[in-house]
Design a protein around this ligand. Structure first.
Ligand code: KG4
Ligand code: ZN
Length: 368
C-alpha cells in the first residue's frame, strides 16, 4: 500500500520529524538534538527537555515537510511516539500530532518508541535513495519469526517477533540499560557527554584485555541483562579502591591520573565485555526459541547502541556463523529519530489500526 506519513518524536532529548514513503523510503529525517542543553547536568533534565521540544517542534516539522518536498495535504497520516518516555516531552509531541491530524482531517497513529527502534532497520537512508533505486535495491525485507534486540539509553530488551507489530518481551535489563552504562562509563573515563559514541571511539584506539571485566549472565537460562557490576568494575579500575562510606567516599585517583593509552585500553575492555554479553544472550535466546519450536529466521537490532562499531561487527559475524540474516539500522536511524515512528505507523495503517484524539501518552511500558 502506498503511503506518505509524517512522524513526530519527542520522547526524550531529540526533537524529530520525518516523512516516510511506503514505510521504507526516508524522504526527510530532521532531528534537533538537545545534547548541548543537558550536557552541564550530565543527564537529561525533564523540564528543560519539554520546554525545548515546545520551542523546536514546529520548525523541525516545517524542515521535514520542506525537505521531503511534500505538502501537508498530501500526507496520508500523522504518527507520533506516544510511549514510553518523559511524560512532559511526550505530551508536546502528542499534542502537536493531534492538532495536525485534526486540522488536516488525517488519521492519527500512536507508536511505541521501543518497538519503532526495531523497525529502523527496514528503512532506507536518504543517501541510499538519492538515485531513486527500485524497491529491490533498498527494501530490507525481514523474515519472521525474528529475534529482536533493542539496545538504547533506556532499554536493553530481547523480543520474540512474529511481525513488526507483534512481539513478546523475553528478556530485559534488571538494572542499567546498556546505553546508560555507556554514558556512565564515559563520565568515569572522562570521555564527555553524550557518552556512547565517545567511548566507542576511545575503545577503537585501545587494546582489550579479554577477562578484565565481569560479564554478568545471571541465571543459566536467563535472558535478562545486568550491567551495573560491569560499570562498578570500570569505576574501580579507573579510580582505585574506595575509601570511606556513603557521602564521604573518596577514591585513590581519577581518569586524569591515567594516560590516554590506559583509558583507551579500559574502554576497549569495557566495550568487549558489553558486546560479548549481548551476543551470548542472543545465542541463548536463539537456542530457547528453537527448543520451543519457533526458531528465528532473522535477528533485528535497534536503538542508539546499535551504532556501536564492535557490536555491529560481532552481530554480523554471529549472523554468518548462525546462518541468520542480521538487520542493523543505518547509522542515521540508530539513535532517536522520527523516521522509525513514521515507518512503523505504515505497518499499523496497513493493518487497519488507527487512533483517535483521545490517544494517551504513557511514561512507562515496562512489560511491553
Ligand atoms: O535510542 P537512543 O537514541 O535513545 C533512547 O531511546 O534511549 O539511544 C541513546 C543511547 C545513549 O545512551 C548513547 O550513549 C548510546 O545510545 N550510543 C552508543 C553509541 N551511539 C549512541 N553507545 C555505544 N556506542 C555508540 N556508538
Ligand atoms: Zn530511543
Amino acid at each position: 500500500m502506498a503511503s506518505l506519513i509524517l512522524g513526530l518524536e519527542t520522547s526524550c532529548d531529540e526533537t524529530a520529524a520525518s516523512v516516510v514513503r511506503d514505510g521504507v523510503y526516508i524522504l526527510s529525517n530532521a532531528v534537533s538534538t538537545q545534547h548541548d542543553l543537558h550536557e552541564r547536568y550530565g543527564g537529561v533534565v525533564p523540564e528543560l527537555a519539554s520546554r525545548a521540544h515546545l520551542e523546536r517542534l514546529l520548525p523541525v516539522v516545517r524542515a521535514a515537510v520542506d525537505e521531503a518536498g511534500v505538502t501537508l495535504d498530501e500526507l496520508d497520516a500523522i504518527a507520533v511516539g506516544n510511549r514510553p518516555g518523559l511524560i512532559g516531552s511526550l505530551i508536546v509531541g502528542a499534542s502537536a500530532a493531534k492538532a495536525l491530524a485534526w486540522s488536516l482531517g488525517k488519521p492519527l497513529l500512536g507508536i511505541d518508541h521501543v518497538h519503532a527502534h526495531l523497525y529502523a532497520a527496514t528503512l532506507c537512508e536518504p543517501s541510499a535513495i538519492s538515485d531513486q533505486p527500485s524497491v529491490a535495491d533498498c527494501q530490507s525485507e525481514i523474515a519472521y519469526p525474528a529475534l529482536g534486540l533493542v539496545v538504547s539509553g533506556g532499554h536493553t530488551s530481547l523480543y520474540a517477533m512474529a511481525g513488526p507489530l507483534n512481539m513478546e518481551l523475553i528478556g530485559r535489563t534488571i538494572d542499567d540499560a546498556v546505553g546508560e552504562a555507556y554514558d556512565k562509563a564515559a563520565v568515569i573515563l572522562g570521555a564527555g557527554y553524550p557518552g556512547g559514541q565517545n567511548v566507542d571511539q576511545l575503545a577503537q584506539r585501545g587494546t582489550p584485555e579479554p577477562q578484565r571485566f565481569p560479564r554478568s549472565m545471571l541465571g543459566k537460562d536467563s535472558l535478562d541483562f545486568s550491567f551495573s557490576g560491569l560499570k562498578t568494575s570500570l569505576l574501580y579500575a579507573v579510580r582505585g579502591q574506595p575509601v570511606g562510606r556513603g557521602k564521604n567516599t573518596s577514591f585513590e585517583r581519577d581518569h586524569h591520573d591515567l594516560t590516554d593509552a590506559e583509558r583507551a585500553d579500559l574502554a576497549a575492555s569495557f566495550q568487549h565485555a558489553v558486546a560479548q554479553t549481548l551476543v551470548t544472550k542472543i545465542k541463548r535466546a536463539i537456542k530457547q526459541l528453537e527448543a520451543k519450536g519457533h526458531p528465528p529466521r532473522a535477528i533485528v537490532v535497534g536503538g542508539g547502541v546499535s551504532a556501536n562499531s564492535l557490536l555491529r561487527q560481532r552481530l554480523r559475524s554471529l549472523g554468518e556463523s548462525a546462518e541468520l540474516a542480521v538487520h542493523l539500522p543505518g547509522m542515521a536511524v540508530c539513535v532517536d529519530n522520527a523516521a522509525m515512528i513514521a515507518g512503523l505507523a505504515h505497518a499499523r495503517l496497513l493493518a487497519g489500526q488507527t487512533d483517535n484524539l483521545s490517544l494517551p501518552v504513557i511514561a512507562t511500558t515496562a512489560m511491553a
